[in-house]
Write a protein that binds this ligand. Structure first.
Ligand SMILES: *Cc1c(COP(=O)(O)O)cnc(C)c1O
Length: 365
């Protein structure tokens, strides 16, 4: 089987050396493994630009959604009230999780192609003084829009609200100064910009806020507070942990550091994303999100015309080793191109050449 290049933001294309670490079996209770966990937790704090006095990391089994759900379960008490801002499927998923968990919610749903207006958020806060938390998605992977994390956090703190951010597809690939922004809970996972394989996620949490969450969760396995209590000093996971995935993630963090850290990775993602968008526009594919809101992670493109068959395109590209990502918009036919993972300019040049060839073949038909 040939290694495909995944233009899908998680699972994504990982390096050979990340995959290689998974060849060994490891014990969960052994000191070497617990030290691996502690090393990951400490390095994540550095990536988040936080002080270990004030912040901590909790690793949690499952895909990214499990970890978002553990934060929704644990951070919000039965007397709290959360404002959830949504401009995509992942914002909507947080709303669903909060309802199922029985939390008190106010929804702010906006159109998928725009960022939330600060004036509107402020109005909702003024009309609902019982709101205690604001939750939102940083990069909405549904479309590729990048929500304005800094201004939303500044507003939230001005109103003295706790902040929950789903930074799943941006953390590690877009610089985020978690402590400067005073974020209380930030969630991401192993298989996005840090370029590991899927199997767990993590939370960067402000200790002062986390310490007050005992007993909030109506779930045992998704109780982030209990997970933290077991993990915090020893590096021990509650329940079986994905040992191979954890080892791969440790290697992926070392490779992020070797690349030059988050800033260098951001540069790579950004220049590749801009190259893709420019080249695709020349080939007749229009991006769905305006330039000023576009993230460097993933781009939604509209079908170029009504005769465009995505399935044919997908199969053609797959035959040439590239896996595209179907669109997630209800109103307009679209597809997505993710550019995170172990992919470089030359990979995208090859990808564009294949798309040119596909176009040429289409016009002959
Ligand atoms: C990937 C992702 C998630 C988590 O999705 P899983 O399929 O559960 O890993 C959550 N939010 C965002 C913004 C994402 O990109």
């Amino acid at each position: 089987m040939e290694q495909l290049k995944l233009l899908t933001p998680g699972p994504l294309t990982t390096t050979h050396t990340v995959k290689e670490t998974m060849i060994l079996d490891r014990c969960t209770w052994d000191d070497d493994y617990k030290n691996l966990t502690q090393s990951i937790r400490q390095r994540l704090l550095e990536i988040a630009k936080v002080n270990a006095e004030n912040y901590t990391t909790i690793l949690q089994q499952g895909s990214g959604s499990f970890v978002v759900e553990s934060v929704i379960q644990t951070a919000i008490s039965s007397t709290d009230h959360v404002l959830i801002i949504s401009n995509g499927a992942y914002g909507k998923r947080m709303i669903d999780m909060a309802y199922v968990a029985g939390k008190k919610i106010t929804e702010l749903n906006i159109s998928f192609d725009v960022i939330p207006s600060l004036a509107k958020i402020q109005q909702v806060l003024e009309e609902n003084p019982t709101i205690t938390h604001i939750a939102f998605v940083h990069c909405e992977t549904t479309t590729g829009i990048l929500n304005p994390i800094e201004s939303i956090c500044t507003l939230a703190k001005k109103f003295n609200k706790k902040i929950i951010v789903d930074a799943m597809s941006s953390f590690g690939g877009v610089p985020i100064e978690v402590e400067k922004l005073q974020i209380d809970f930030l969630v991401s996972s192993a298989n996005k910009c840090i370029q590991g394989v899927p199997g767990f996620g993590f939370v960067i949490a402000k200790k002062e806020s986390l310490e007050k969450t005992k007993g909030n969760a109506r779930s045992v396995s998704l109780d982030l507070y209990d997970q933290w209590i077991v993990m915090k000093d020893s590096g021990k996971w509650r329940f079986t942990s994905p040992t191979h995935v954890v080892a791969a993630f440790h290697q992926a963090i070392l490779e992020l550091e070797n690349e030059g850290g988050v800033e260098a990775r951001y540069e790579r993602y950004l220049t590749n994303n801009q190259y893709i968008i420019q080249s695709m526009q020349q080939l007749g594919f229009k991006p769905y999100i305006d330039d000023e809101y576009q993230s460097p992670i993933i781009t939604t493109f509209l079908y170029p015309d009504t005769n465009f068959e995505f399935d044919d395109f997908y199969q053609y590209m797959k035959k040439n080793n590239f896996v595209l990502y179907p669109g997630k918009l209800m109103d307009v036919p679209s597809f997505r191109v993710g550019n995170i993972g172990d992919l470089y300019r030359q990979d995208f040049e090859v990808m564009i050449q294949h798309i040119k060839n596909f176009n040429a073949q289409r016009s002959i038909k």
